[in-house]
Design a binder for this molecule. Structure first.
Ligand code: PLP
Length: 426
């Protein structure tokens, strides 16, 4: 659970770095698997060879992804952005292979983050991170995202109806594309940009149905939410949604090696296999043997240690359940407006006025100041700004490894309370 800085100061990793580490730091089995692989074969290029470790791991990952991905395929990359680029190109090639060559647009959501590369930036909804490059990226439709704490509709039904309205926006955007929509990409639970915002019931189900009816591929960006983080193997499992392409990274290797994966369903794979026969894409370090060895060891470790269950906040007795209860206790602080999230992907929204939900002025740097105060107390959190409109709105993202003890969880929440109080005074 701990990392030490150069001065020997110890930090409890309450954010899994940036929602990366899921199995804990310093697990020797992972280092051993990597070293063994490096000793046997450090690298081959995927245009010349595949490797036993990648083949075997892909099968294990497909099984972990569940029935929807039976007979699908996995494409390994070196991280989240590379995987998003891969998924966007895969979606385009799918449509070309089936003769729908006019489809190229990728619809996405405001306040999302899909990565730092240009393809990812074009679908990203992170205002600050894309602003400077707008002239350089291809713009497609960005639809609204249900954000229940700041619901734009005056709803009283737990956001069911407004969820349906947001899902209708996806349909309208697809119709406005006049047959050119290729895919819709979304984070099932909004990650860093909004701070663990969970969609209302019925929303993702309707989005999936809309996409299916219009022949638009559904791409789930589970870079942050995948591999057990939300208490299910993948977050889409909470709603029984079956994406055509699933993208994951971060927890995939838990940070032990640079690794991302694009998991494609049989429908997508078959279209290419029966068509041109090859996906026209590639990075030198695709399926790097040492990285996939790390990923395989991480997957086996998290299964063997029941970590997906530990991350299930809906089951009493689990770490995630206890942590959520402890965090809810912070709601008595005058600046804690909302505690949200699912599993071990949690968000704490900080506001200047709880009644009106008025955010702090961005220049007050409230969340970063809480982050700083927490670090001084030996606690790592992930502070972000921009949740309200891309500029204002402060929140903390919390995503600890699933091996945290309940004592560590309550210590962390106490320290977090103290850090928020410190920021309130300064
Ligand atoms: N997609 C989501 C949902 C993310 O949270 C991130 C990174 O935070 C990315 C994509 C990009 O991943 P990477 O930073 O590994 O390129």
């Amino acid at each position: 659970m701990y990392v030490w800085d150069g001065d020997g100061k110890r930090y409890l990793d309450f954010s899994g770095s940036a929602a990366v580490n899921f199995i804990g730091h310093g697990v020797s089995e992972i280092a051993a698997a990597m070293a063994e692989q490096a000793g046997k074969l450090e690298f081959v290029h995927t245009s010349q060879f595949t490797t036993a470790v990648a083949e075997e791991y892909a099968e294990e990952l497909l099984a972990f992804a569940g029935e929807n991905f039976r007979d699908g395929s996995v494409y390994f990359t070196s991280g989240g952005s590379e995987s998003i680029e891969t998924a966007l190109k895969l979606a385009r090639q799918y449509h070309v292979e089936i003769g729908e060559t006019q489809r190229y647009q990728v619809i996405s959501r405001k306040q999302s983050y899909h990565g730092a590369t240009f393809g990812a930036l074009s679908v990203s909804g992170n205002k600050k991170r894309r602003e400077m490059y707008l002239q350089m990226v291809k713009e497609f439709a960005h639809v609204g995202v249900p954000y229940c704490y700041r619901c734009a509709f005056d709803c009283t039904d737990g956001c069911f109806n407004c969820g349906q309205q947001y899902a209708s926006e996806v349909e309208q955007a697809i119709e406005a594309s006049q047959g050119e929509a290729a895919a819709f990409v979304f984070e099932p639970v909004s990650g860093a940009t909004l701070g663990a915002v969970v969609p209302p019931p019925g929303y993702l189900e309707k989005v999936a149905d809309v996409c299916r009816r219009h022949g638009v591929l559904l791409i789930a960006d589970e870079v942050m939410t995948g591999m057990g983080r939300t208490g299910r193997n993948f977050a889409v499992d909470h709603w029984g949604v079956a994406p055509d392409i699933l993208v994951t990274a971060k927890g995939l290797s838990s940070g032990y090696a640079p690794l991302g994966a694009v998991i494609a369903s049989k429908k997508v794979v078959d279209a290419i296999a029966k068509g041109s026969g090859a996906f026209l894409h590639g990075f030198t370090y695709n399926a790097h043997p040492v990285s996939v060895a790390a990923g395989q060891a991480v997957l086996r470790y998290l299964i063997a240690h029941g970590l997906v269950r530990a991350a299930n906040s809906q089951e009493s007795g689990t770490l995630a359940h206890a942590l959520r209860q402890a965090l809810d206790g912070l709601l008595d602080l005058p600046v804690v407006g909302d505690v949200r999230g699912v599993g071990l992907l949690l968000g704490v929204e900080l506001v200047a006025d709880k009644k009106t939900k008025q955010p702090f002025a961005p220049e007050k740097n409230f969340a970063p100041r809480v982050g700083q105060a927490a670090a001084e107390q030996g606690l790592l959190v992930y502070p972000m700004q921009g949740s309200v409109d891309g500029v204002s709105g402060d929140h903390l993202l919390l995503a600890p490894p699933a091996v945290m003890s309940q004592e560590q969880a309550s210590w962390a929440v106490d320290r977090l309370r103290a850090a928020i109080e410190t920021a309130m005074l300064s």
